[in-house]
Design a protein around this ligand. Structure first.
Ligand code: FAD
Length: 323
């Protein structure tokens, strides 16, 4: 018999995050013909239920309250634990996002189950599931198995292809009424520091700048290239420390971990702490004046040159291709 898999769907500024669709695809593998139930939590979420079904959810459970307008671990954990108690799923998958990273240990603790976080792939050998996750800052991968029957995972964005969207898919939507109480945190306002563009953690293309960009102004050509490619701008800590950009753009060991299809590193030396956040990108292009720069060790394509000459040329060429 197939498994019943819960997937936590995540909204970001009124749009479902792609990792929610990737988690549905991961859930389908584990469910083996069973049921995928997406949980959609917020203050007004009905408009998004059909999209979750189109991406492969069999059911969507909505939990709505004004107290759920913003994410809080107290509010979301009450919703999840109540839904789990009611439905008794065999598995729970959420994105390895800021929300997933905050919520998952709390849920694992409350349920007293194991959690495998930051997985990038799922395999089945000898009739047992194993889950692949990067270790040592992405230099190696480990294969983990759960001893319990309950499967609890967080999924790194951009690693599992969503199922093709099909608007003709049908499914059921049910509302779960929960009395939310004991939210210790009151969020009065959310002020976004990063640009409103493509979400860095989920972007298929990342154009990242380092200290070689030299100023905040120097990031403009990188933004133009990212815009043409439909991507996001990221940065090294060197660039953030120099105040060329906000820390929310930092990629690396102490910043965000990204795995885009294309990573373009501009004026970044390739320190080990930076590589920790991007070395698992599918294709890496490095632009650096120094032919000995360490970033070329991990690059699939290297361009030795001045980024202020190379980046605008790339932008022009991509514009021509797109025209
Ligand atoms: P630099 O090392 O100064 O490199 C600048 C590069 O730009 C050089 O290679 C130079 O040749 C090139 N360049 C200059 N001008 C041009 C030009 N016009 N055209 C083309 N190329 C040019 N770093 C991170 O990035 N992320 C992290 O999460 C992170 N965490 C850290 C955690 C700890 C505990 C520590 C100790 C460090 C951490 N660091 C992190 C810092 C890291 O060690 C490096 O200092 C940092 O990554 C260097 O940034 P950079 O490559 O931009 O600068």
């Amino acid at each position: 018999m197939g498994k019943k898999v819960f997937v936590l769907a995540e909204l970001r500024e009124g749009t479902l995050r792609n990792v929610s669709f990737e988690a549905i695809a991961a859930g389908k593998q584990i469910a083996e013909g069973g049921e995928i139930i997406a949980l959609l939590i917020g203050n007004s979420v009905q408009a998004h239920t059909q999209e979750l079904i189109a991406y492969g959810s069999n059911r969507v459970i909505t939990i709505e309250s004004d107290q759920l307008k913003h994410y809080t671990s107290d509010g979301y954990s009450q919703c999840l634990l109540t839904a789990i108690e009611k439905e008794q799923p065999d598995a729970l998958i959420m994105g390895h996002t800021a929300i997933g990273k905050d919520l998952s240990p709390k849920i694992a603790n409350r349920l007293n189950v194991g959690l495998i976080s930051d997985i990038t792939a799922i395999e089945k050998t000898d009739n047992q599931w194993s889950f692949i996750r990067p270790i040592y800052s992405g230099k190696a991968f480990e294969r983990k198995k759960l001893v319990e029957d309950f499967i609890f995972l967080t999924l790194r964005p951009n690693n599992i292809e969503p199922i093709e969207k099909d608007d003709s898919r049908s499914g059921t939507v049910t509302a779960l009424d929960i009395e939310i109480n004991d939210i210790a945190l009151t969020i009065k306002e959310v002020i976004r520091k990063a640009s409103d563009g493509v979400d860095l953690a989920e972007a298929k293309v990342v154009v990242a700048g380092g200290r070689g960009v030299k100023s905040a102004e120097g990031f403009k050509p990188l933004q133009e290239l990212a815009d043409v490619l439909g991507g996001a701008v990221g940065a090294s800590r060197g660039a953030c420390d120099a105040d060329y950009c906000d820390y929310s753009l930092q990629i690396g060991q102490t910043g965000k971990v990204v795995t885009p299809d294309l990573y373009i590193a501009c004026g970044i030396s390739g320190a080990i702490q930076h590589l920790a956040g991007m070395s698992n990108s599918k294709t890496i292009v490095a632009i650096n004046k120094d032919p000995e720069a360490n970033i070329f060790q991990v690059a699939d394509y290297g361009i030795v040159g001045d980024l202020f000459e190379v980046v605008p040329l790339l932008t022009e060429e991509f514009k021509k291709i797109k025209a």
